[in-house]
Design a protein around this ligand. Structure first.
Ligand code: IMP
Length: 425
């Protein structure tokens, strides 16, 4: 697996569904051989769960590489950072025994700050949308409003938050973003910013230097490509670009430095929040996959919706992102099913015709009727001599044929040790 990380280059690990694909475990595995792991977009709407020797470790803002002492981690300028949350996360991981020294944790000065007003706006907008039946189901962490204020150039970045006197003046200003900065919350916020001070650096230059020194760098994608603000199921998406082309920009890395792009998908699909979900399951099967796969949000605790693997969407993602290989996660969760479904086409329910191309509007999505085909299921993930069970092997082959790229890793359980590598260069 070391061969997946190239000296002097970055490997991007990207979710290819609606987030929660198991990227945390996969990044954690590769991070054993990495020198630097970077977050490049999103914020604490993300949540990565990693099981280490029976112990559950959850990260929201820090890259999963933080669990490996030899590995530096970085948060790029493209990320929206809630200083209170990041401060708590650093303290919590320290308590769990991980090394969070500022020498190995780097946060870009230029990252946008999430303010209390952003969280309030997020909840208010979501409530209003809900009243008119258009809720997105956001995580309520202020992510969209923070990106919107960045685009309007209204919000302080972490750099400004640490400029002497800036926040005190800002809190007194007429800016709608000053709302919620009461003397108490302001002092708490400023304390968190001060705590972060030793971690703040010019991360773009740091990454540049590390790459020039031959470091093996990883980009840890947040969410999944189907939630990309431009290429996902708009408007039921998050507020940042997630696809491979946008990732290097989130940390100030030239795109030519990305040497390997790996998509991550589960053997089935999940979605939190509202929006189109072809192949969605309802009833007992949905319940049992949710329970077996622990499909409850690590950020909000919400039940995830469950569906069959959508090969139409996966192929679209492989094309838009340019994946060079795919990691298939949670194949063990489907053990014991007689048949396992895959979505192989979208039909227009109004005309009965097969749809060509990716649906472009919410209205088009309303008439999407998935065509589901079934493959024989598997009783167990492994067959003889640590090879894949025959039916699972067939399932994996079907995916490879469909999307035209190799599956390089099949996860067969939650622990680091449970999984098979194949097709390595
Ligand atoms: P926001 O990113 O909080 O604005 O939420 C927008 C949509 O993205 C909602 O449907 C969320 O449930 C979804 N979302 C955001 N982050 C994640 C994630 O890390 N995993 C899964 N879904 C996410």
């Amino acid at each position: 697996m070391r061969s997946m990380l190239i000296p002097g280059k970055a490997t991007a690990i990207l979710g290819s569904q609606f987030g929660d694909e198991g990227k945390g475990k996969f990044v954690d595995l590769l991070a054993q051989d990495a020198d630097l792991v970077c977050r490049v977009q999103g914020g604490n709407n993300a949540g990565h769960t990693i099981w280490v020797e029976g112990r559950k470790v959850v990260t929201h803002l820090l890259p999963s590489g933080v669990l490996h002492p030899q590995c530096e981690v970085a948060i790029g300028a493209g990320v929206v950072v809630d200083p209170l949350v990041l401060c708590d996360e650093i303290l919590r991981l320290k308590e769990q025994g991980f090394d969070l020294a500022p020498e190995r944790v780097h946060i870009d000065f230029r990252a946008t700050a999430i303010l209390p007003a952003h969280k309030a706006q997020d909840l208010k907008r979501e409530f209003e949308r809900g009243q008119s039946g258009n809720a997105i189901g956001t995580t309520g962490r202020g992510i969209g409003p923070a990106y919107a204020s960045r685009a309007q150039r209204d919000v302080p970045r972490l750099a400004e938050c640490l400029t002497p006197g800036f926040l005190e003046n800002f809190a007194q200003s007429e800016s709608p973003l000053a709302e919620g900065l009461t003397p108490e919350t302001l002092s708490e916020f400023m304390e968190a910013c001060q705590f972060l001070r030793p971690y703040l650096k010019d991360v773009a230059m740091l990454v540049h230097n590390r790459l020039n020194d031959g470091a093996r760098v990883m980009i840890e994608g947040a969410q999944g490509g189907l939630l990309d603000v431009s290429y996902g199921t708009y408007p039921f998406v998050t507020s940042s670009n997630l696809i491979a082309g946008s990732c290097p920009g989130g940390i100030g890395m030239p795109p030519t430095r990305v040497g390997n792009i790996i998509g991550v998908a589960k053997a089935y699909s999940t979605r939190v929040g509202h929006g189109p979900f072809p192949g969605e399951l309802k009833g007992a099967l949905e319940e049992s996959i949710r329970e077996r796969g622990h499909e409850f949000g690590s950020t909000t605790g919400r039940s995830r919706r469950i569906g069959w693997l959508d090969l139409v969407a996966l192929r679209y993602m492989a094309q838009v992102n340019g994946y060079q290989s795919l990691a298939l996660m949670k194949s063990d969760v489907l053990c014991g099913l007689e048949h396992v479904g895959v979505v192989t086409a979208y039909k227009d329910s109004r005309t009965g015709q097969l749809m060509q191309g990716w649906p472009m509007t919410a209205v088009a999505w309303e008439s999407v009727e998935p065509v589901v085909e079934f493959e024989p299921g598997w009783e167990r993930v492994l067959g003889v001599k640590n090879t894949l069970d025959e039916s699972l092997e067939r399932f994996v082959k079907r995916i490879e044929d469909w999307i035209g790229i190799p599956v390089s890793y099949i996860s067969t359980g939650a622990e680091r040790s449970e999984g098979l590598w194949r097709n390595l260069r």
